[in-house]
Design a protein around this ligand. Structure first.
Ligand SMILES: *Cc1c(COP(=O)(O)O)cnc(C)c1O
Length: 465
């Protein structure tokens, strides 16, 4: 006992030879890095490099410490965790990729307001306290035909707030066909429970009539709820009560109608392969008393939950304590106002990226695929253009299949290529199809096409990225 094996001796020698952080900071390959990054970050990169080397030695890898490894750790540490991604999936409102990209005007407006102070809650004409919602209420009313509006953090919060404020301790009648999970574990029955409402299910999964609701109304009924089937579709032998039937029932029985519209198109969206979404205005016109929809789905703006409807109801919602907990910030107000202006100006389909991408005609997509394919060819990569279908995403228009074009990279292992593209900068996310990596061009700019080609080329040639 006590004798040291040659293996252990070598290991200890290597561990002893590891530089101290102070030594490493002065190394000729490390010191110059301090010109572009902060000292704490450089120290952290040195620590990570030495720690990594120590683990390698203990795991039996016997190599001398390489000071140049510090710059590798530095580039990982220096890049933000939240960073841009090039979306070659063809899914336009991709929840994992941040849903709707904002218009140029919305981005500028955020920057203007973020840089300094703003009149978020100050009425500049009167010099009195104002409302943060006032900046968008008029536009929302004009665009939807509603009497009043309120905006909260997201549509899930809007639903939670509406149920809690209008029907806490009361019964809420909803069709069995609409007891949906919206995603991320947001399920209508759970939200009901959370809001202190009693769920009263009527009808069946495929067929519910207005008479079913009528039979379920009691003196304890607080709300009729209609949930838009945004992320799924029931086809075949189906029937559902319309908004106007339910609104008429609600008026006759003295119970308000709340419609959770989810994706919420402000104006019709006409594009090849798209399905029809009810616009918010049609639902308001049909008599819904309050309607909730997302800001970052088909509307194409920032994350938000918009509530529009009757003045008395919106006032009640605005006064509820939960509203303060789910209120929007100034950046959201700025981006939403700018996005709504595009609708006011009749420029939604050209200025709002999500709408522009969803309505891009197939010949334009094919031309873009040719740009991407030519960029791959210039990088000496083999590829072919393939027809495909994109997706709307974000739980909107589940049956829509807008025709698109993708470029498939040929002869490169798809999973390994995809892993490397995701991990590099800028990250690229695409779609694996039949063991090939497909780049759907719908959400790509021409500049993106060139970046994608050079990233793929770098990965294929084994260059560090
Ligand atoms: C997407 C959706 C929601 C949730 O919207 P968020 O803005 O993501 O919170 C709620 N209801 C319906 C019907 C939806 O489609």
């Amino acid at each position: 006992m006590g004798a040291t094996s040659p293996e252990t001796g070598r290991r200890q020698a290597l561990l002893r030879a590891l530089p101290s952080i102070d030594e490493l900071l002065l190394h000729e390959q490390v010191a110059p890095l301090g010109a572009t990054v902060s000292r704490p970050l450089l120290v952290e990169a040195c620590r990570s490099a030495v720690q990594h080397a120590r683990e390698q030695i203990l795991a039996g890898q016997h190599a001398d410490f390489d000071p140049s490894s510090v710059s590798r750790f530095l580039s990982t540490l220096a890049r933000p965790n939240l960073r841009p991604v090039i979306n070659a999936t063809g899914v336009v409102l991709h929840t994992n990729l941040g849903r709707a990209p904002l218009s140029a005007r919305a981005v500028e407006r955020i920057a203007e307001v973020a840089r300094g102070y703003c009149n978020l809650e100050l009425d500049l004409d009167e010099g009195e306290r104002g409302s943060r919602y006032a900046h968008v209420v008029e536009l929302l009313c004009r665009l939807t035909g509603a009497e009043s509006a309120l905006v909260v953090n997201n549509c899930a919060a809007a639903t939670l707030l509406t149920l809690g404020a209008l029907a806490q301790g009361k019964e809420v009648i909803v069709s069995r066909g609409e007891l949906v999970e919206i995603g991320g574990g947001f399920r209508v029955p759970d939200v009901m429970r959370q809001s202190g409402c009693t769920l009263v299910e009527v009808g069946t999964t495929n067929r519910t009539r207005v008479a079913d609701y009528d039979a379920a109304v009691t003196p304890d009924t607080g709300l009729l709820l209609k949930v838009h089937q945004s992320n799924f579709a029931v086809v075949g032998f189906t029937e559902a009560a319309t908004t106007s039937e339910l609104a008429a029932l609600g008026r006759a029985r003295g119970v308000p109608l709340f419609e959770d519209l989810g994706s919420g198109a402000l104006i019709p969206l006409h594009g090849e392969g798209l399905t029809t979404e009810p616009t918010v205005r049609t639902v308001i016109d049909a008599g819904a008393d309050v309607v909730a929809f997302s800001g970052d789905k088909l509307l194409g703006g920032p994350q938000a939950g918009v509530l529009v409807g009757r003045r008395a109801i919106i006032e009640k919602l605005a006064k509820h304590p939960l509203t303060r907990a789910v209120r929007i910030d100034k950046l959201t107000v700025a981006a939403l106002e700018a996005t709504l202006e595009h609708y006011r100006d009749g420029l939604a389909d050209t200025e709002i990226p999500a709408r522009a991408m969803l309505t891009t005609p197939a010949p334009l997509l094919e031309a873009r695929a040719k740009v991407l394919s030519a960029a791959f060819t210039r990088e000496q990569l083999q590829c072919r253009i393939v027809p495909t279908t994109s997706r709307v995403g974000g739980g909107s228009m589940p049956l829509a299949a807008p025709p698109s074009f993708a470029v498939a990279v040929v002869g490169v292992p798809a999973v390994a290529l995809h892993d490397a593209l995701r991990a590099g900068t800028p990250a690229v996310v695409a779609r694996i199809c039949d063991d090939e990596l497909w780049f759907d061009v719908r959400c790509l700019t021409e500049a993106d096409c060139h970046v994608v080609a050079s990233r793929v080329a770098a990965v294929v040639r084994g260059a560090p990225c």
